[in-house]
Design a binder for this molecule. Sequence first.
Ligand SMILES: Nc1ncnc2c1ncn2[C@@H]1O[C@H](COP(=O)(O)OP(=O)(O)OP(=O)(O)O)[C@@H](O)[C@H]1O
Length: 125
Amino acid sequence: MNSRKQKLSTSFRHALEGILVAFKTQRNIRIHVTLGIVVIVAALYLGLPPRDIALLLLVISLVIAAELVNTAIEAVVDLVTSEWHALAKMAKDTAAGAVLVSAGFAVSIGLILFYRPVMIWLGLY
Ligand SMILES: Nc1ncnc2c1ncn2[C@@H]1O[C@H](COP(=O)(O)OP(=O)(O)OP(=O)(O)O)[C@@H](O)[C@H]1O
């Protein structure tokens, strides 16, 4: 294996380690991954079109990616200081805000895409 390939595989391994450690230590990521799996299974069961499933995968991955960045920012802030600091609060709160924004849009898109199929499934449409 040449050094370029080795470097790529090492970077990939580090990224996977990051995902794994976040999954192990962050309850919110475990909740979002579980909900994401449930949503995709429900979408397949209800026969949502491939384009809708692709959109759901996109918003789910955005929420999980935002959670990973939030975890990284929390770790860096905790590394820099254990004291209360206005900038530490700003960094953590805005990172948490990014998760909230992505999750809010994911829920809205989920409601829009699932409304009709769920109504049909319940026999109300
Ligand atoms: N060093 C600090 N200085 C000022 N405020 C802080 C500091 N550390 C944490 N905070 C405040 O406390 C909140 C919670 O911080 P904490 O590190 O406990 O995150 P968390 O609640 O564990 O987040 P998550 O649930 O996403 O893991 C932050 O959003 C911030 O408002």
